[in-house]
Design a protein around this ligand. Structure first.
Ligand code: 7RM
Length: 635
């Protein structure tokens, strides 16, 4: 029996039980029947969460691009693989077939090879959402180079940190990018970043906005002429199942970003299998995920998962508000999108505009709606269900992480009855556990705890680049023999999960994970700042927004506060990016601290959220007197 495509709830339970009773046999069958291998594995799984070490499909050989491209050529060569929808709706959309995509990836791989890129080298990709982004990702995979895509909204400092952390040799970028009515000078940002990156040998530059940019002799090369001259065949490099496919950076609660490393075989099997089932993708469907490929959602569910299934995947360059707030619905109508996957923050922003823009469009092609990135509030869920899905398209609220590679807790549409704000049931093969503060598992239903996973799944990240100890400390040390997610969750009376949010110092703003520590580090660089603490507070569009409590040095006391606020947000923009700017900045003459000198962010969080009645006992603080003052002076 093939368990590749689950079609009803009974089947889900049956396959789920099978997948947890005998995971190895289960994944062995999925991997065997639905992918092409250069050589099969000797062993399905070996693992030890105490080291931690996880290996799937040991000694198997493959190239993920043969699964995403070559194998489709005989049957789907003329099928559209990627629909590129440009920022400007007046510019023609591009339909790239599987044969064309294959040729373009091969040409690109030849260019990489020509420029000295070899298997195992790291290549940093800093591109807007244009076809070259997907193509360069696949070209790296084809040659066996490890791609590290950096979201093109990150600043020069954030980019150079990521380039240096993995010691990349090459950067792939563009002359600039379009974002609504604006253009962004991406090449300028790269040039600035590279002042601190001595090991970059070459920069490939795609032409997008035709701006005047400077090209450094010997280092920078225009991409298009190189591609034109390149051969359109490239024999895929043979990769080991456990060879790294890519690195993707995610914020940590402390210090520098974590370069999560994903494998070749396990990641492929997991993203393909989840894609097929979570979106119930059928041949000829048009699937659209609005994420940027700079995030894991784009890696797994714009590029690899859809292409491994021979799907048609939409890539949108623009923003939901340009030329107006009807743009998403315009694209759904234009391309007859069947599956639509977006973030709660986008839904809230669009819901704010009422239904005027929605009503003007024909959304009848939609069959499945998805959300990802943060908890979806009840109001947004209903708005999405009623106005976009017309109560006919199930909503899949998918919980997962950069670290998990693919979707972990989710309804299966048309099988799992949905429930607003609940991600519902574990996906096939996923064994969640809720843990209490003493490290014991909380069994039974109607309980709440910290969300862990008890058993490996093929998509789990294998390490943090260059820092296996940090991987162990972050994910495998809080609870014995468990992967700790950093999230809290509830389990209801029927076993459905509801994710309640982060339990660490990560704040999710508009679906972007932001660690408080790097933001505080940036603020503290300001010469007038003595100390700072960042907390999240509820925001009707962003989900959470950032509230900063800042104490000034004596020298800063006389400065104009509004100017200081501007300078501080500029510093954050320079160090991290505009997504990390603070919504509110309150200057205060002290921060509440424990006796050991730790800032009590819990108290600051309550104040920022107007929950001062729930402060609890503050008398044990080192400086309880500052609390009332902060409340009185709250913004
Ligand atoms: C895919 C992605 C991971 C964090 C995760 C959660 C939060 C993601 C949901 C969610 C509630 C969801 N990767 N999160 N999906 N919270 N419901 N459906 O977002 O690495 O960028 O973020 O996002 O806190 O730990 S991520």
């Amino acid at each position: 029996m093939s368990n590749y495509h689950i079609k009803h709830l009974e089947e889900y339970y049956q396959v789920y039980r099978k997948s947890v009773r005998n995971p190895e046999q289960f994944w062995d069958e999925i991997a065997e029947e639905h992918f092409v291998w250069r050589k099969k594995w000797d062993n399905v799984l070996s693992w030890d969460f105490t080291k931690p070490e996880v290996k799937w499909f040991e000694n198997a050989k493959l190239n993920i691009t043969e699964n995403c491209l070559d194998r489709h050529l005989p049957t789907r060569g003329d099928k559209t693989a990627i629909i590129f929808e440009p920022n400007d709706p007046k510019e023609q959309a591009q339909h790239i077939t599987y044969s064309q995509l294959h040729a373009r990836v091969c040409k690109f791989a030849n260019v990489l090879k020509d420029k000295g890129i070899k298997k195992g080298d790291r290549v940093c990709i800093y591109l807007p959402m244009i076809p070259e982004l997907a193509i360069s990702v696949l070209a790296c995979a084809r040659i066996g180079a490890i791609h590290s895509v950096v979201f093109a909204g990150f600043s020069a400092t954030a980019l150079s940190t990521r380039i240096n952390d993995c010691d990349a040799k090459m950067v792939i970028t563009s002359d600039g990018s379009y974002r609504g009515s604006k253009t962004i000078d991406l090449k300028g940002i790269v040039d600035e970043a590279l002042e601190d990156c001595p090991n970059i040998d070459s920069v490939l530059v795609a032409k997008r906005i035709n701006s005047k940019i400077s090209m450094k002799d010997g280092r920078d090369h225009w991409l298009q002429p190189l591609l034109e001259d390149a051969h359109q065949d490239f024999t895929a490099e043979v990769m080991d199942a456990e060879d790294a496919l890519f690195i993707l950076y995610t914020s940590g609660s402390t210090g520098k970003p974590k370069g999560m490393v994903h494998s070749s075989a396990g990641y492929m099997v997991y993203t393909a299998y989840t894609f097929k089932n979570v979106f119930q993708y059928k041949e000829d469907d048009i699937y659209w995920c609005t994420a940027d490929i700079g995030w894991i959602t784009g890696h797994s569910y714009i590029v690899y998962g859809p292409l491994a299934n021979g799907a048609t995947t939409v890539m949108f360059e623009g923003v939901p508000s340009y030329p107006d707030f009807g743009r998403f619905w315009d694209i759904v109508q234009k391309h007859k999108v069947n599956q639509f996957y977006t973030a709660p923050t986008a839904i809230r922003a669009l819901a704010k505009q009422g239904t005027e823009y929605v009503d003007k469009h024909d959304l009848s092609s939609l069959k499945v709606l998805g959300t990802v990135g943060e908890p979806i509030n009840e109001e947004a869920w209903h708005w999405y269900n009623e106005n976009i899905g017309k109560k006919k398209s199930p909503i899949v609220d998918t919980w997962w992480q950069t670290e998990t590679g693919g979707i972990m807790i989710t309804p299966i549409p048309f099988s799992t009855p949905t429930k607003p704000t609940y991600a519902t049931l574990p996906f096939i093969g996923i064994q969640p556990a809720l843990m209490d503060e003493n490290g014991d598992e909380i069994k039974g239903n109607q309980v709440e705890g910290r969300l862990c996973i008890k058993y490996p799944w093929p998509g789990i990240a294998r390490t943090i680049w260059g820092d296996h100890q940090r991987y162990k400390d972050t994910y495998f040390s809080a609870y014995k023999n468990m992967y700790f997610t950093g999230d809290g969750a509830m389990r209801d009376e029927v076993g459905y999960y509801r994710i309640t949010g982060r339990v660490d110092d990560v704040i999710i703003v508009s679906g972007h994970n932001l660690g408080t520590a790097p933001i505080e580090d940036a603020i503290n660089e300001h010469q007038a700042v003595a100390e700072s603490a960042i907390v999240g507070f509820p925001h009707d569009v962003k989900g959470s927004a950032l509230y900063g409590y800042i104490t000034l040095k004596d020298s800063g006391e006389s400065r104009n506060h509004d100017n200081l606020r501007k300078e501080i947000n500029q510093l954050i923009t320079d160090r991290i990016g505009p997504i990390a700017k603070l919504d509110k900045i309150q200057f205060t003459n002290g921060l509440p601290k424990t006796r050991s000198g730790k800032i009590m962010r819990r108290i600051l969080r309550k104040i920022a959220s107007n929950e001062t009645d729930k402060l609890g006992d503050t008398s044990t603080l080192l400086n309880p007197e500052v609390v009332q003052r902060i409340i009185d002076e709250k913004l």
